[in-house]
Design a protein. Structure first.
Length: 265
């Protein structure tokens, strides 16, 4: 039997898509979970807590490849260090780490944590691959759909973005998990560059709503407005790769009523 791939954060927005794609490809999957769960969709769930280290060594044992997607607003570097120590002791052959475009340019607290976690992986003795991606459509949609309910929609002036579909990111992660360690790979971004105001106008148009969009100046936006969240034209790994699914297609699917979604399967 093929050795399993261990996925941390396997029940999140990105993680569940990665798990689905790995199992669909016939790859055994082990998902790290803080609470007991029954096997689901061909995946095995094992109990472990990256915050305390409990059960992590047991989860890592026998899984030569790890896809590390678990993330939190605080403590990412510490939990990643816990995973890395267990992986080093177990002789893990490949650790894939999911990072964010702009972690080294935008000084947000969460971005600082993510960059520190990325550095933990890169400094480890475990062969690694690091993929940075832009913001997921799911996150943009969550905020934009709430704002779209207001009679006048306030948005930050500027705020260039090029969000990407989580499914496209999951596809790329599965490719990387089934390949040898590659170090820092090209960034992954969406097919189109726009602004936050542009994404909101697209959402209003696709959903048939009429709302004035008011662009306002917000403090602390200089790094973002300078392109801090955009994939650089080139890194040491090469030019960025672009996802296939468009923002408009994502909005149409997400905004469709349940009956329409079912009928379209």
């Amino acid at each position: 039997m093929t050795a399993p791939v261990l996925v941390t954060g396997g029940t999140g927005t990105l993680g569940r898509r990665v798990v689905e794609r790995l199992t669909a490809a016939g790859v055994p999957v082990r998902v790290l979970s803080r609470t007991p769960r029954e096997p689901s969709g061909g995946a095995e769930f094992v109990v472990g807590d990256l915050s305390t280290g409990a059960g992590v060594a047991e989860a890592v044992a026998g899984a030569p490849t790890i896809v590390h997607l678990a993330s939190a607003q605080k403590g990412d570097a510490a939990t990643t260090a816990t995973l890395v120590r267990a992986a080093e002791q177990a002789g893990t052959r490949h650790l894939i780490f999911m990072s964010i475009v702009g972690v080294d340019r935008v000084p947000f607290g969460y971005f600082k944590q993510k960059l520190a976690a990325e550095q933990v992986v890169c400094a480890s003795s475990v062969p690694w691959t690091v993929l940075r991606a832009t913001q997921f459509y799911d996150m943009i949609y969550s905020g934009a759909s709430k704002l779209a309910k207001l009679p006048v929609v306030p948005v930050p002036r500027g705020f260039p973005v090029e969000p990407v579909d989580a499914g496209d990111v999951a596809d790329r992660l599965v490719e990387l998990a089934l390949a040898p360690p590659a170090g820092r790979v090209p960034d992954l971004t969406g097919p189109h560059r726009t602004t936050f105001a542009g994404t909101l106008r697209d959402l209003l148009r696709v959903t048939g709503k009429r709302r004035p969009v008011l662009q306002l100046w917000f403090p602390g936006m200089a790094k973002i407005n300078a392109g801090g969240l955009l994939a650089p034209d080139r890194t040491e790994a090469g030019p960025p790769q672009r996802g296939k699914r468009s923002w408009e297609d994502f909005v149409r699917s997400s905004a469709a009523p349940p009956a329409s979604k079912t009928a379209g399967r």
